[in-house]
Each structure stands twice: as C-alpha cells, then as structure tokens.
Design a protein around this ligand. Structure first.
Ligand SMILES: Nc1ncnc2c1ncn2[C@@H]1O[C@H](COP(=O)(O)OP(=O)(O)OP(=O)(O)O)[C@@H](O)[C@H]1O
Length: 590
C-alpha cells in the first residue's frame, strides 16, 4: 500500500514538473481514442435497422455515429503518437534531472560505489518512459473501466448472459501483473550483466582506453565478453517473457470463445424473433469493443506494475541519497584546534577487509601534514574520510571538537578544496572548468586568472579563445590538453576557494613535470604560511620525499595503520621506514 502511495506522490510530482497542460492533453487524446469502437457499436444498430426498414432518421443517426466513430478511430493513432512522444520526451528530461539531483545531493561516495545502487540507477534511466506512461495511466485506467462497464451494460440489455464477456478481463489483468513481476525480477537479476555489457562497449569505443585496447590487442576479447554478458541478460529476460506469454494466449482464447458465444446467443435470439439484425450488428460491435477494452485494461495493469517497480527503484535511491538528513551543524569559521581522528577503523561497504585500523591522529590547525606510505597503505581512504566522502566504520573524526558526522555536509564541503591524482576532466569552457572550484565566483575572471596562475596553468589563457576556449577534442573547436595540463587545471580548480579549512592535495603532481611541481610546492608552502594565520590545514599525500620533507608533520601509513609520525628530522633520526624510503630516493637523485 505504502508502495502505491509513494508511486502516486512520485507521479504527481513528475506531472507537475512536466506541465499540467501536456498531461491533460495526453489524457484527452488517449481517452478520445477509446470512444471510437463504442460509438461504432452504438451506430451499427440504427444503421442496419434503418437500412432494413427504410427509416431515414435512424439511418442518418447510425450514419453520423459510425462516421464520427470512424474519424475518431482514424485520428486516434496520430493524436496518440503526438501526445505520447511529447509526454515521453518531457518525462525523460524530468526523470533524468531528478536522478542527477538525487545522485548529486548525497554527500558521500559510499552509495555510488554500491553495485546495487548502480544497478537500480541504470534500470531507472532505462525505464524512465514507464513513469511517463504511469502519469496518464492512473487517469486512463478508470476511463477504460467505465468504457468496459458501459459496454457490458449495453450487452446485458440485449442478453444478460453476455455480461460474462467483460468478466474475462479479470484473469487477463492478473496475468499481465504476473508477467510484469517475472520480467522485472529477471531484469534486476541481470542488471549487472547489462552494466558489464555497457562498460565493455565503452572500453572498446572510447578514446581514453583506445590506445591500450589496440596495443594489447584485447579488442576481440572485449567483443566476446560483451556478447556473453548480452546473451546472459537477454536469455533471462526472454525466458521470463515466454513463461508469461503462454498463459496470456490462454486468456485470449477464452476471449475468442466468449466472442463467438455472444454471436451464437444473439443469432438464436434472432431465430426466435426476439432480436433484429441491428441487434446482431450492435452485439458484434460491442463485443469487439469489450475485447479491446479488456485488452487495454490488462496492458494497463502490466504498465501499472512496471510503474510501481520503477517507483520502488526511485524510492530506494531516495533512501540512499537522503541518509544525510539531520546533519545540520555549520563548521567553525576558522579552525582553532584542528582535526582529530580518534580510534578510526574503516572498511569499504560490501567488504570486511579493514583498510584503516585504529588510526588516532591530530592534524593541528595551520599545519602542513604529509601522508606517506606504500601503494594501498590507505592514504587516499584516509583523505576520503577527512573530506566526508565516507564515514568511519568505528571511531570518530572531530573537526575542532565537532563530530564530522554532525556537520552539514554541504557547508563542510564548501570549506574544503582538493586536488586529486584521479582528477576530473571538466570538458567545459576554461573559465567554467576552473570556476566550478568555487561556484560563487565562477564568472569572476580575476579569481579564475589568479587560480590559473597559482597552479602554473597560465597556458590556458593562451588557448585560441582564452578563458572561453572549450576543452576536449570531442567538441567542435575544442582544445585537447595533455595529462599534465589537465592536472594543472584541476589544481587551479582547487585554488579557487578563498578561505578553506582543509586543503587536500592527494598526489597532485603525478602528471606534472619537475618544474611545475617545484612551483606548486612553493605555492603550497606560501599558502601554508597563510594557513598559520587562518588556521587552515594542508594535507599532502605524496610519494616524493623532496616535497614531503617540507611538511610540519609527516605521517607514515603501512597496512592501514600509523607506524610513524613526526617531523622530517625526527623520522630520519628514528631510522624507520620513512628514513629508509627517504634515503633510497635521495640516493637515486645523486
Ligand atoms: N572503493 C573501494 N572499494 C573497496 N576497496 C577499496 C576502494 N578503494 C580502495 N580500496 C582498497 O583500499 C585499500 C587502500 O587503498 P587506498 O587508495 O586508500 O591506498 P593508497 O595508500 O592511497 O594507495 P596509492 O598510493 O596506490 O594511491 C586498497 O587495498 C584498495 O584495494
């Protein structure tokens, strides 16, 4: 019941966004298309009786009714197509906008990485048409029922036995619902195969992976795997459809029997002189209209089930995205103490393998802190916890004494900047690609230029149209950049926010040349000095020890645990892993 209520609310909300006029027009067009068969049946009796008896008034009435019916029937597909296409286009737009909002409104990353989330999102994207159908379905469904009842009553007036025909709609509706259940469960079961097929397709066709696919000669392998994933999916969905088709055929055979039964009953009445030729014509028309309406009703029942399934996917996503409700505390204007991790444990969802174990650490306000450790030690995971992308499995993170899980995620995020090794390539105009780092100043060219300069990315201003240049070779006139240039733009983005509490630089120089790296570290040091005044913490993740040594505090992670912590000279004196790694790198530069 709750599920249907939610479906209603969702459909009404989408209907409002699509526009009441379009929805009402759609309902009118569809409802009018149902009228044709009914009018034709009603017109046949006066037409036939009028022709037989030479009664011109009856003949004219029958002619007008049948004529209107034929016009409506002829126009119906045109109007139907027009209305359905408009509704679908608009509803796709609205549903996709809602999905994007849902995905973007969740502050963390945890749900996006869940296979179940990605499956449900994919199904929703693919089935957004069903929501468009659902919108009008709830208005058209009752109209169809009325049509069925009226037709049944007209049939009953001729012969009460004929009331049985409309009752055949009941098993048809039940079967349609069962067929839908079978199909949707097959789709959910094979959603991962569908995603796999899509990912393999993208891997084989996108420029990003194009070079590796060719060098390693894996094209044929990708095609073979794509075929297997597609076959698995189609096999399961088709088997579900086949199972339901057999039963549906049975119901339609019952309809056919009912139809012929009606004809026989009326013919016998004619033979007994209880009915005229006009009655036979009307019964034929009405029986056909009943069969049509019952067919409509059963397909509408299937659609209603589909709509509910899609609405359930949507509700599931809403639940995942709405987990932040209740986190409303604003972060401090300025850090006085710093950020503390207290006995933090962490494992990614869906795995029990600990990635961080019993991490306790204080990042003092105004300090530059470096995180080092071998690949897979847990550095990026720790950064993700500090930026609120995930929550610790146990323990807590306190920002100036306030539990991170109590802070308003958007407000906290607005006070963080970050440059990542896996930087995003925003294929927009240069101004926007950098400006999204601080949406409030996105169109402020001075701020964008200052950020470009700070990141050593002034090359962007010399592109053909300066800050207006579109980035990405996939766009007309778009400029393609090198990996290092993209990374510099990502760093410029990270330099947009003026008063961050936390600056995260997670291996931000992996794609930069040594000159650019040196300039960047000079800026980081200068900013850190500024940080001592405004309390910001700069957290640097790096494998380059020449950089790391400048930090006020160096934290060494190994296997998800902190093994060493101190200044460069303290750690060198200690002669542990840090000293080993530092000396190894220093040696290789000599
Ligand atoms: N989204 C994820 N889901 C599950 N496990 C993950 C995920 N991201 C990382 N891991 C696992 O967590 C562990 C730590 O990864 P993390 O990225 O934090 O290491 P890192 O120290 O930053 O490594 P690197 O120096 O290579 O960047 C790894 O064993 C990795 O397999």
């Amino acid at each position: 019941m709750r599920s249907w209520r939610h479906t209603w609310r969702l459909l009404l909300g989408i209907g409002r966004e699509i526009g009441v006029v379009v929805c009402v027009l759609h309902i009118l067009v569809v409802a009018t298309s149902f009228l044709g068969p009914l009018l034709l049946a009603l017109g046949l009796r006066p037409l036939v009786d009028g022709a037989a008896s030479g009664d011109t008034r009856r003949l004219a009435t029958g002619g007008v009714l049948s004529g209107v019916a034929l016009v409506l029937t002829a126009m119906a597909p045109v109007g139907y197509r027009w209305a359905v296409i408009r509704m679908r286009e608009r509803s796709q737009m609205v549903v996709q906008r809602r999905l994007l909002t849902l995905s973007a409104s969740a502050s963390g990353l945890g749900h996006i990485e869940l296979p179940a989330y990605r499956d449900q999102l994919e199904l929703l994207k693919q089935r957004s048409d069903d929501l468009a159908d659902g919108l009008t379905l709830f208005a058209i469904g009752p109209i169809t029922v009325v049509q069925l009842v009226v037709t049944a009553l007209l049939l009953g007036r001729i012969q009460p036995l004929l009331l049985v025909i409309p009752l055949l709609a009941i098993p048809a509706v039940r079967l349609a619902r069962r067929a839908e259940r079978l199909r949707s469960s097959a789709e959910l079961r094979t959603a991962a195969d569908r995603r796999a097929a899509q990912d393999l397709f993208a891997l084989a066709t996108t420029p990003a992976s194009g070079a590796e696919v060719r060098i390693h000669g894996v094209g044929a392998e990708l095609v073979a795997r794509h075929a297997v994933a597609s076959r698995t999916r189609h096999g399961a969905v088709e088997a579900a459809l086949l199972r339901s088709v057999g039963a549906t055929v049975g119901v339609w055979l019952c309809y056919a029997a009912g139809f012929f039964g009606a004809v026989v009953v009326v013919l016998r009445q004619v033979a007994a002189g209880e009915a005229g030729a006009g009655d036979v014509a009307m019964v034929l028309g009405l029986a056909a209209a009943v069969v049509g309406a019952a067919g409509q009703l059963s397909s509408q029942a299937g659609s209603a089930m589909r709509v509910r399934t899609v609405a359930d996917h949507y509700r599931w996503l809403e639940g995942e995205a709405g987990k932040d409700a209740g986190r409303t505390a604003p972060p401090r204007e300025r850090l006085a103490d710093g950020i503390a991790l207290e006995g933090v444990h962490f494992a990614y969802q869906g795995t029990d393998r600990p990635v961080l174990t019993d991490v306790s650490l204080r990042l003092p306000a105004g300090a530059v802190v470096a995180l080092v450790g071998e690949n897979g030690a847990g550095k990026t995971s720790l950064v993700k916890l500090l930026t609120g992308m995930y929550e610790p499995t146990a323990g807590r993170i306190a920002v100036d004494g306030m539990d991170l899980t109590s802070l308003d995620p958007d407000a906290y995020r607005e006070r963080i900047t970050a440059g990542f090794q896996d930087y995003a390539r925003f294929e927009l105009a240069v101004r926007e690609s950098v400006g999204v780092g601080d949406l409030t100043r996105m169109t402020d060219d001075r701020a964008v230029r200052a950020a470009l300069e700070a990141a050593g990315a002034d090359f962007a201003e010399r592109l053909p149209s300066g800050l207006d240049t579109t980035l990405g070779a996939g766009w007309d006139g778009g400029a393609e950049l090198s990996g290092g240039q993209w990374q510099r733009l990502a760093l410029a983005r990270a330099a947009m926010r003026p008063r961050p509490l936390l600056v995260v630089l997670d291996e931000p120089t992996a794609a930069l040349d040594p000159h650019a790296e040196h300039a960047l570290f000079q800026r980081v040091t200068a900013d850190a000095r500024q940080g001592r005044v405004d309390g910001r913490i700069t957290l640097l993740v790096s494998h380059r020890f020449s950089t790391v040594r400048m930090a006020d505090l160096i934290v060494v992670l190994s296997g998800g645990r902190i093994t060493e912590c101190g200044t460069h000279s303290e750690l060198l004196a200690r002669g542990g892993l840090y000293a080993d790694l530092y000396n190894l790198q220093a040696e290789s530069y000599r």
